[in-house]
Design a binder for this molecule. Sequence first.
Ligand code: T6T
Length: 315
Amino acid sequence: GAAALLLAGCGSGQIGGTGGQTDPNNKNLALITGQRGEPFYVSIECAAQQEAAAQGYQLNVQAPEKFEQAEQSQILGGIVSGKPGSVIIAPTDDKALAAPLQQAKGNGIQVVEVDTALEDRSIAVTSLSSDNYAGGQLAAQTLAQLLGGKPGSVLALNTKAGTSTTDERAKGFEDEIRKHPNLKLLPTQYTENEPATAAQIVSSTLAANPDLVGVFGTNLNTGEGAGTALSNAGKSGQVQLVGFDASPKQVDDLRNGRVQALIAQNPGKIGQEGVKRAVASIKGQPVERETKTEMISITRDNMDQQAQYFYKSQC
Ligand code: T6T
């Protein structure tokens, strides 16, 4: 019954009444990122592997082929049956992953959210991410600075509805752009996290809005697609492009003038701290519920001093 569950929970460092018991000596961790081979998540993975090894824990890393909840839920199901002490996860949908993660919790697996998060705050013990709303605001401020008062239309490209991070970035960007009366905010568009879709949207927006002066790509894929479209239209550097993340390709594009600024996150910190929190929660130690890691606005002028923020495509 509920009382027994609650008792079991107390001994295992659980706060809620629906968590199963965690073996404090369990040395197995799992990390499920949002997309296989994608440099932001690769950078999380490299740091997490290093920290797990340093602490004497096994880390099993898996990820869906695409940023997609169906395959990620399936992977999670397999991981849960292996009973790691903790699953560190970037949920690809803020609602769809709630049920399988609740089930993981019920099985005594400590849920640590990295990057994205569920809407339901009662399932994970801790969440580590950039302050994505502030990141969106920083993107808008950077864009306004690049434009230096030049009027015109601006467009934000979101990924998939229900992605907590990019939804917050788009919101922060929109709220900040509205403070600039000379900038007209076009309706934010969804790209489904496909660079080709982002490119198509930018091409059609250019055709329909000849006064387009700025684009914000809320993540790696959208920014890369937008850069391609602007380059194909001969508009690189005329339409200012602010991207989010700092993949090797994005950094190249910043250097060659296809992109004017990047808001870089700190995935290494997120991965390292994610493992520390997972280990602490397995041992029943308290962890901070919500932690925001820093971001930085990188332009061509300062990029050579910011190389520590560039993402890895392999460890
Ligand atoms: O921007 C990152 C991540 O923060 C976001 O949640 C999803 O997209 C990325 O992984 C970049 O592709």
